[in-house]
Design a binder for this molecule. Structure first.
Ligand code: HEC
Length: 221
């Protein structure tokens, strides 16, 4: 008899313990290890109290935003080219001519790809052959014939600089084209200018097919 009482008492206590955690679905109830129930989450884009979370003495007490920070200045993505550090001003423009093209001789496939990128991004203004006769000529002021001697004389770095920052009515292509793509396009521009070892790629399918598509685009616009 005594044993039965003891047993039911234990069972009752066990039931209370088990069920007490289930009162509400949202509450974990009694928790044995709070660190596990209430994990310390770092919410993306949440404002955190920088007195607790930052070692930045200049920003103590202010709020800081977690997890959307830009990479540290000077970080280079694996496999990426070195950052282009010349500033977007006349000094940077003048110095850019001295920057060598880090991309070597392009293979036929790479040149075709550079031509494809040129036709997507540049031909709309400069024309498939660089003669300033793209569909936007006349609609955007000041488009130049980049095959003229004065543009042949520009350094590779300057053409890259202009693509990176834009110039007057020409916008920046830094967000559309990677650094490598921009340097490759410089090589393609050289072929339009009639120079460079790959000038013969004018006779490849891409280069000849493209003027047609631009011409069609012009007709339909
Ligand atoms: C929206 C039309 C437009 C597009 C698209 C465009 N450009 Fe231009 N580009 C211009 C205009 C306008 C100028 C003349 C800028 C000036 O000197 O006032 C120019 C100038 C240039 C120059 C001469 C730069 C110099 O230093 O004088 C080069 C080279 C050039 N563009 C290459 C490109 C390349 C490569 C692309 C594609 C990535 C491109 N452009 C896309 C409008 C455009």
């Amino acid at each position: 008899m005594k044993t039965i009482h003891k047993f039911s008492a234990i069972a009752l206590v066990a039931m209370i313990v088990i069920t007490s955690g289930c009162g509400s679905k949202r509450s974990p109830g009694r928790v044995y290890m709070p660190d596990m129930a209430y994990s310390r989450t770092y919410e993306a884009y949440d404002l955190l109290d920088s007195t607790k979370f930052t070692g930045d003495v200049n920003n103590k007490g202010g709020n800081m935003i977690y997890f959307n920070a830009m990479p540290a200045a000077g970080s280079i993505k694996r496999g990426d080219l070195f950052p282009y550090t010349l500033p977007n001003d006349s000094i940077g423009y003048n110095m850019s001519g001295a920057i060598a093209n880090p991309v070597g001789e392009l293979s036929v496939a790479d040149m075709a790809e550079a031509g494809r990128l040129y036709n997507i991004n540049c031909a709309v203004c400069h024309g498939a052959k660089g003669k300033a006769n793209g569909p936007m000529s006349g609609k955007v002021g000041g488009i130049v014939d980049i095959t003229l001697p004065q543009y042949q004389a520009l350094g590779d770095g300057t053409i890259f600089h202009v693509m990176t920052y834009g110039k007057n009515n020409m916008g920046s292509y830094a967000s559309q084209l990677t650094k490598e793509q921009r340097w490759k396009i410089v090589k393609y521009v050289r072929t339009l200018q009639g120079g460079g070892a790959a000038a013969t790629s004018d006779s490849t399918n891409t280069a000849t097919a493209v003027p047609d598509s631009t011409a069609n685009a012009k007709k339909t616009m």
